[in-house]
Design a protein around this ligand. Structure first.
Ligand SMILES: [Mg+2]
Length: 252
């Protein structure tokens, strides 16, 4: 299947006049690390990105759940557009813009709930972003982490509606954010302003499904889920190395 995607995809890529490449970061371009802020981009990945970014008629966008400061620390040296915090902020031509309402009073209710679960689940931790809050359980023993995450979600479900929030049940992370935030909405806005005859969208997690959904009926879009599991993406790739070899192929 990998070969089939590659042939068709590369041909469409080469013939396209306006290309959009949407890449998730963690779990798609780099492996997860035990602490989110220690992830750095290896040289060979940086080289592939730099080549793609420098290709005429090609807009590369890194679309990530990370906050803008963190992702800037990793990728700020590249002239790449970035969508951070699942769509809450956008960096275009080097300038960050806030895309959602500044009201984060809801955090005062949600963070104590996360504190509670963190106390009962050692090695889990809370990450507060500008517009969302995440509870990570990647360092917790698998079964215990999963059980605690179900408990947390069931508690949160009783609270989030009154604040117009949504719960993202991600890969060893539960994240809470306003409903208006999402990779799907962010991509929709990109498509309103530009015409692309080739779109490549790659991601590995629940948040990427919104992006795949938004591109579901777009005949110019190649949506690719990294890893196993149900997905709205048209294709699947097994892991990061397959993603990198596909991207590398585009730069040759
Ligand atoms: Mg990811």
């Amino acid at each position: 299947m990998v070969t089939l995607i590659t042939t068709e995809l590369i041909e469409k890529y080469r013939n396209a006049k306006g290309r959009l490449i949407l890449l998730d970061y963690d779990g798609t371009l780099v492996d997860f690390t035990s602490v989110p802020d220690t992830s750095i981009i290896p040289g060979h990945i940086s080289d592939i990105l730099a080549k793609l970014i420098g290709t005429p008629q090609t807009e590369v966008v890194i679309i990530t759940g990370r906050n803008c400061k963190e992702i800037d620390k990793i990728l700020g040296y590249l002239p790449v557009n970035i969508i951070s915090e699942h769509g809450a902020m956008i960096k275009k031509n080097g300038i960050w813009e806030n895309k959602v309402s500044d009201n984060t009073l809801w955090k005062d209710t949600i963070i104590p709930v996360l504190n509670q679960i963190t106390l009962s689940c050692p090695e889990s931790f809370i990450e507060e972003k500008t517009f969302s809050v995440a509870w990570h359980y990647r360092n917790v023993e698998t079964q215990s982490g999963f059980t605690h995450s179900r408990e947390l979600i069931s508690t949160l479900e009783k609270i989030v509606h009154s604040f117009n929030l949504k719960i993202l049940d991600g890969n060893k992370v539960v994240e809470i954010m306003p409903k208006e935030i999402g990779k799907g909405n962010a991509v929709k806005k990109l498509l309103e302003k530009n015409i692309f005859d080739f779109i490549l969208s790659i991601g590995d997690d629940a948040t990427d499904e919104e992006m795949f959904e938004c591109l579901f009926n777009n005949v110019n879009a190649f949506t690719i889920k990294v890893g196993n599991g149900d997905t709205l993406a048209r294709y699947k790739l097994a892991g990061i190395n397959d993603v990198l070899s596909l991207l590398k192929n585009l730069t040759i």
